[in-house]
Design a protein around this ligand. Sequence first.
Ligand code: 13P
Length: 251
Amino acid sequence: MRQPLVMGNWKLNGTKASVEALVKALVEPAAKAEGVEVAVCPPVIFLGLVEKLTEGTRIQYGAQNADVHTAGAFTGENSPVMLKEFGCKYALVGHSERRTLHAETDAVVAAKYEAIQQNGLVPVLCIGETLAQFEANETKAVVETQLKAVIDHSGIDSFANAVIAYEPVWAIGTGKTATPEIAQSVHAHIRAYLAGFSADVAAKVQILYGGSVTGATAAELFGQADIDGGLVGGASLKPEDFAQIIAGAKQ
Ligand code: 13P
């Protein structure tokens, strides 16, 4: 059995006060969601605060990005070693906003995935197609290419210690959630594709869905056979919504 995982991606949002209020509001829903792992990805500047606030709770946390280097003359970056020191369990890699707004290619994503993993963090590899690719029926080919770049670089066995997040770009921040049927069919395809390399790894890897998940849509999405939880943007900033999403993962 794969453990359900619900992860909030706060993106570029928050103040010290709102981070404190949000984490405190999540302590109880996380405590109640036995069997479900709950994690948040704040902007890095709040990691020290989140480290303190989550102490003794069931809330895990991660970073939204990491540099490929561990140290050196790379102004403005954060190294996976630093993220680890601040108690991060996870680091997102390949989010569509990084791929498009920061020109991160599949090669960059693969290198970052490796750096994250080699420094003791669990990479959450984000993949997904644009609206044009969805309409051109290219979804399966796109996710295969994005996965293959990482498999070629780090090997299929690296997915024994990684999470995949399928996030159709057309569903991110748009309010248009993929239907449970569409999401399940892509998740099943991802798992089948990985099974072509290793059936064991494919059966065990958690595949999260992301893209306009809300408290109202979570339970049905997470009830699909190959959907192991969610990577949640907007709704993860609203404690009541996120609590409902966490509850939706408890099958
Ligand atoms: P929304 O839930 O706001 O659509 O964002 C999804 C996302 O990008 C999570 O990484």
